[in-house]
Design a protein around this ligand. Structure first.
Ligand SMILES: NC(=O)c1ccc[n+]([C@@H]2O[C@H](COP(=O)([O-])OP(=O)(O)OC[C@H]3O[C@@H](n4cnc5c(N)ncnc54)[C@H](OP(=O)(O)O)[C@@H]3O)[C@@H](O)[C@H]2O)c1
Length: 277
């Protein structure tokens, strides 16, 4: 089944689900990503710090797909927020993929205590103007950080990629995004290896629809307009996770899953203070 597409606020498009690539690296990583493309994924979510941009580029070349058919995301590490360092890091990301351009480039974390994310954002804007990247966005940004870059540069991100799963539905943040034309992407969408997929509410809905709990969670994202990025080493899981366009949750089922929210971050990484470089 064809994957629906979102049009971003800059006119580019993204498929409604993508493939997470951390920590897929080296030859096994290329094989996993190439298989993901073979079974229908068209968006690979990478980052400078995943050390796998080379594997991403190789998987795209191996897929036999036209370059325009695939979307590749990468992200700027905290250590390169200074303007000139950011520009070089983005150039390096593109070189590592061996592709002519990267589709979507994000600031990985805001690191507000360092206070350099506006400089980094300016670098992303310039790299988009140069055609190195087609779309620009952010990750793990809170509304105050989004407000700041819009105020300082006048440019609104196309995407904010945040931790989002049934224990952290991010409904308020998504409402902010919707009001500003920002697409919400979900990292850790299926809750990593936590007990989320064993929540009775989710298993009961899965049984009702004859699908798996993980498929219910991904369908919940899609029906909320959230773009999930499930990662998987397992070929079976990869196939299962993309097979989520043949059933529909009722509104009260979507609401029941959202009601599982308990503001729980699985990794205790609060964007207001978290620093990684
Ligand atoms: N922007 C950020 O700061 C940030 C942070 C973290 C992650 N990310 C991105 O988001 C992606 C996804 O996040 P994530 O990898 O942390 O979490 P995730 O995709 O929620 O969870 C991956 C885990 O779930 C398992 N899994 C996947 N599908 C399954 C299924 N159908 N049934 C049972 N288990 C299943 C995987 O096992 P198998 O591998 O065995 O299938 C793996 O252990 C990353 O790969 C990365 O691209 C971004």
């Amino acid at each position: 089944m064809a994957i629906p597409q979102y049009t971003l606020n800059d006119g580019t498009t993204l498929p409604a689900i993508g493939f997470g690539t951390y920590p897929l690296r080296g030859t096994p990583g290329v094989e996993a990503m190439a298989d993901a493309l073979a079974v229908g994924y068209r968006l690979l979510d990478s980052a400078f710090n995943y050390d796998n941009e080379g594997a991403v580029g190789e998987a795209v070349r191996r897929s036999g797909l036209q370059r325009e058919e695939v979307r590749v995301t990468s992200k700027l590490p905290g250590r390169y927020h200074r303007h000139d360092a950011a520009v070089v890091a983005i150039e390096e990301s593109v070189l590592r993929t061996g592709l002519d351009y990267i589709d979507l480039y994000l600031i990985h974390w805001p690191l507000p205590r360092r206070g350099l994310y506006v400089e980094a954002w300016q670098a992303l804007i310039e790299c988009r103007e140069r055609g190195l990247v087609r779309s620009i966005g952010v990750s793990n940004f809170l509304p105050e950080h989004l407000d700041t870059i819009e105020r300082e540069t006048g440019v609104v991100p196309s995407v904010n990629q945040v931790e989002l799963h049934p224990w952290l539905p991010q409904a308020e943040l998504q409402a902010y995004h919707d009001a500003h034309g920002i697409r919400t992407e979900a990292w850790a969408p299926v809750g990593e290896d936590s007990a989320i997929r064993h929540e009775p509410v989710i298993t009961a809905i899965a049984q009702e629809h004859g699908v798996t709990p993980t498929q219910v969670i991904l369908r919940w994202d899609i029906q909320r307009g959230v773009l999930p990025l499930p990662k998987s080493w397992s070929p079976e899981h990869r196939r299962e996770n993309i097979d989520v366009f043949g059933f529909e949750l009722a509104d009260d089922e979507v609401a029941a899953i959202t009601a599982l929210g308990r503001s729980q971050r699985l990794f205790a990484a609060d964007p207001a203070i978290h620093e990684e470089f």
